[in-house]
Design a binder for this molecule. Structure first.
Ligand code: 4NP
Length: 158
């Protein structure tokens, strides 16, 4: 399966998945891989809002720009628009499975850190309730996960 379009999925689409999207867009471009990335949330409470200001600040400190992000909710059509839908945690993955209409669609979902071959724990902790250190740790984890993503995408698309 060639993977040309990847959707990152978290709960609110204001912290983890926008971060991973921004890091992935930058690192994939640097690697010369032609893969489109986007993100969304399984919940719609923050739809239309920008990313969390603490997430924007931590990402900015590491050279990633989240200022243009606008949150949106996962939609059934995302299974048609994206080849691979990567969930940040197991709750997000369960929501993807609920929305998948066919076994083929379910097969194109996975836990982000698992798909990229990270070492456990495989759930991406939500920094939303935590402090600044949690947001900085999220940026580091996103970088590690995306490094694995770049390698795996290079493999599957070659
Ligand atoms: P995210 O974090 O899923 O990484 O965007 C959250 C942001 C907001 C909420 C939950 C998680 N919330 O319940 O509003």
């Amino acid at each position: 399966m060639s993977v040309r379009r990847v959707l990152f999925v978290c709960l609110g689409n204001i912290c983890r998945s926008p971060l991973v999207e921004a890091v992935a867009r930058k690192r994939l471009a640097e690697a010369g891989l032609d893969v489109v990335v986007a993100s969304c949330g399984t919940g719609g409470w923050h739809a239309g809002e920008g990313a969390d200001s603490r997430m924007i600040a931590a990402a900015h400190a590491a050279g990633h720009d989240l200022s243009q992000h606008r949150a949106r909710q996962l939609h059934e059509r995302d299974f048609e628009d994206y080849d691979l839908l990567l969930a940040m945690d197991r709750d997000n993955l369960r929501e993807l499975h609920k929305l998948a209409a066919t076994p083929e669609q379910t097969e194109r979902t996975a836990l982000f850190l698992e798909w990229v071959g990270a070492t456990p724990p495989l759930e991406f902790p939500d920094p939303w309730h935590g402090d600044a250190a949690g947001f900085a740790a999220a940026v580091k984890l996103a970088e590690r996960g995306v490094a694995g993503l770049v390698e795996r995408l290079r493999d599957v698309n070659s």
